[in-house]
Design a protein around this ligand. Structure first.
Ligand SMILES: Cc1cc2nc3c(=O)[nH]c(=O)nc-3n(C[C@H](O)[C@H](O)[C@H](O)COP(=O)(O)O)c2cc1C
Length: 233
């Protein structure tokens, strides 16, 4: 299913034989993006509204994420997605429920190079890939962490499918973006999320290198916990 309850701008296409470096290196980065590169930015939108609200497991906090396994840049073939690792840590730190966005038709290749081509094509077409299943009722959640890998300097297009489908349901809530990446940092996720969900409050996010999520988990966990705690959870 598309959102599995777990309990608790573009750049040019690469030609064959061109760099296998992460696509952010080809993507034009704004100064704002560059400033966001160095991981954590200080959170500013304390989820005051969320306090006292109780939904799902009772926390009023939800983590929505998209993540891929298979071959990923710098980490080889992985069995647990980089973003999934961070999402799980956020869930544990905030006592939140987790939902994973899964494609309805899993057309994403398992090999990195092929995946970059499919993702680039979706971005070029402004595709809105479908996710499977029913999204659970978002009403009880006042704070929603939303994260994914950076794909070509942007949210994967499937995330826009979710944002556009649920902008109304997310109105009035605090949305806190997070990314995993290999150089692009938050890649303007906050700004783009704010555009897609204009009636929501978007807090400052967290950017984690995918390599670190796989290989330096305790350091990442410590960063995640500090970030979540600093927002009052
Ligand atoms: C299609 C594709 C595009 C990517 N584009 C970027 C990018 O623009 N900037 C960047 O820093 N990393 C980029 N990466 C690297 C991923 O963001 C990084 O490996 C991420 O941690 C993968 O997370 P996941 O395992 O949760 O899917 C890209 C990876 C893929 C597969």
């Amino acid at each position: 299913m598309a959102l599995a309850l777990m309990g608790c701008g573009g750049s040019s296409a690469r030609g064959a034989g061109e760099s296998t470096a992460p696509p952010e290196q080809e993507a034009a980065k704004t100064q704002e993006d560059k400033e966001a590169d160095e991981s954590k930015t200080e959170p500013s939108a304390a989820p005051e509204d969320g306090k006292g609200e109780r939904g799902g497991n009772g926390s009023g906090v939800l983590v929505v994420y998209f993540s891929r396994t298979g071959e990923q840049y710098e980490v080889g073939v992985i069995e647990e997605g980089n973003t999934a690792i961070v999402a799980q840590m956020i869930g544990e730190a905030a006592g939140a429920d987790l939902f994973e966005i899964l494609p309805a038709d899993d057309h994403y290749p398992e090999t990195y190079e092929e995946l970059t081509e499919v993702a680039k094509d979706e971005q070029r077409k402004k595709a809105r890939p479908a996710y499977a299943g029913e999204v659970p009722d978002l009403t009880p959640y006042q704070t929603v962490f939303i994260g994914s890998p950076v794909w070509w300097g942007d949210w994967p297009m499937i995330m826009y499918s979710f944002f556009e489908d649920h902008a109304e349901d997310l109105a009035g809530k605090t949305l806190i973006p997070f990314s995993t990446h290999e150089g692009s940092g938050l890649a303007g996720f906050d700004r783009k999320l704010s555009s897609a969900c204009p009636e929501s409050t978007v807090g400052e996010g967290l950017a984690v290198r995918g390599y670190d999520a796989q290989n330096d988990r305790e350091a990442v966990r410590s960063r995640v916990e500090s970030w979540v705690l600093s927002m009052g959870f």
